[in-house]
Design a protein around this ligand. Structure first.
Ligand SMILES: Cc1ncc(COP(=O)(O)O)c(C=O)c1O
Length: 405
């Protein structure tokens, strides 16, 4: 087997294919001199709304992180209230709760999908909350339990059938963090449209990625759409009429044009990700030291393909071995959010999450990006199959910048 390099992630081929369309579009923007807002941004918002269906309004903004802040603000999350969320995610799904001075309470995940467990949400509410005058109240502290930030991790929708039933019983809103899941769907409903507000990220490595930071909120509620539009533009109702505190989170025209061009390709990119996942599933099925990811809810779009090392002690050696054989890999996420001190300042609200904590120690993400070629995938599988689990443990070096998922 001759050694080749298979990067963990690359945009080079994708960008090369689209260069001419991008250049034409940038030239148009240079001519029109409209760098923020304007028809190209509106066109992208409408195009994405059509893609998402379900009467979606798309409110573009500067990043998924801003989208989460805007969504929480639009739903009037109050200081000293509780928001239930997952411990296994990129930090923004919890840190933005804290940004509004509310408390994230982590509910553990399902071991097979890595998404939040509806049964454990239900169990936490039954043990720790009561309904008072139609609102859920945390019994021990008297703080309101306001809502839930649910993440569709690695490209697979969470179980919204169960989660929506819980939300209804306990009168909780849902923010769907679909930052990793654009194009995933369940029963013909697109990721991003399950919550009161959905949030998408267009960070460059996402399934639909811009050439910089970009994101959006999604809602089918007209009032929330108007509030979000105001909040992302300094709380303005009109040019110099400011109605409330807001931020500057407007999408650049250049990013909107990139996203419009790439949105036309998204279904084929996602289809290719699914083909690669199917190949790994079949080719790695009998590798005894790996547990493979499961597609359990709807149509998964494999933003990441993450395997679990059955013996977590071998992860460092496994990743080191992949690196020395030219195969990129990464860890999402090396810590559960329960292990990040500043997110967990109220010790009485800390909820132990053993499944997420175990996953953070045993998980490895393999290369999965649409332009990977079959000979590269064959090589990755060959290399993995030859791993001898008796190698000396050495510290693994992630192969791309940490903020990739
Ligand atoms: C689950 C999740 N939530 C939120 C974000 C934040 O998005 P952004 O990087 O666009 O701010 C990301 C992406 O990095 C993410 O993966």
């Amino acid at each position: 087997m001759q050694q080749i390099n298979v990067p963990f992630f690359s945009l080079q081929k994708q960008t090369e294919k689209l260069t001419q369309k991008m250049v034409d579009s940038f030239n148009y923007i240079l001519k029109t001199q409209q760098f923020i807002g304007g028809p190209l941004v509106q066109e992208f918002e409408k195009k994405l709304a059509r893609f998402l269906g379900n009467n979606a309004h798309v409110i573009s903004c500067n990043s998924g992180t801003d989208g989460l802040w805007l969504a929480l603000k639009a739903l009037d999350v109050q200081p000293k209230s509780i928001v239930l969320t997952t411990p296994f995610s990129f930090i923004a799904s919890s840190s933005e709760i804290l940004a509004l001075e509310a408390y994230p309470v982590m509910i553990d995940i399902e071991p097979d999908t890595f998404n939040i467990s509806p049964a454990l949400i239900q169990a936490w509410l039954e043990e720790h909350a009561t309904m008072q005058k139609g609102h859920a109240i945390h019994t021990a502290t008297g703080m309101p339990v306001a809502g839930m930030v649910i993440v569709d991790l690695f490209g697979q929708c969470a179980d919204y059938q169960a989660i929506k039933n819980i939300a209804q019983t306990w009168n909780l809103w849902i923010i769907e963090d679909a930052c990793q899941a654009i194009g995933a769907h369940t029963n013909s409903q697109q990721a991003g449209t399950f919550g009161d507000i959905g949030v998408l990220s267009f960070y460059p490595t996402k399934n639909l990625g811009a050439f910089g930071d970009a994101g959006c909120c999604v809602t089918n509620n007209q009032e929330l759409a108007m509030r979000l539009t105001k909040l992302k533009n300094h709380g303005r109702a009109s040019h110099y009429e400011y109605e409330e505190f807001g931020i500057n989170s407007r999408l650049d025209t250049i990013q909107a044009s990139v996203l419009s061009i790439k949105l036309d390709e998204l279904d084929s990119y996602n289809q290719r990700r699914r083909e690669i996942a199917a190949f790994y599933n079949q080719a790695l099925a009998n590798v005894p030291f790996l547990q493979l990811p499961q597609e359990q809810v709807g149509h998964h779009v494999y933003h990441q393909y993450c395997v679990i090392l059955k013996d977590k002690q071998e992860r460092a050696a496994f990743m080191h071995y992949l690196t020395t054989h030219g195969v990129g890999s990464n860890i999402y996420y090396p810590k559960a959010l329960t292990q990040i001190a500043f997110l967990n300042t109220r010790l009485d609200l800390v909820n132990v999450c053993p499944v997420a904590e175990h996953a953070s120690q045993a998980i490895v993400a393999l290369p999965i990006w649409p332009e990977l070629e079959q000979h590269e995938l064959d090589y990755v599988v060959d290399v993995i199959k030859k791993f001898q689990s008796t190698l000396l443990v050495q510290p693994a070096q992630p192969t791309v910048a940490a903020h990739a998922a």
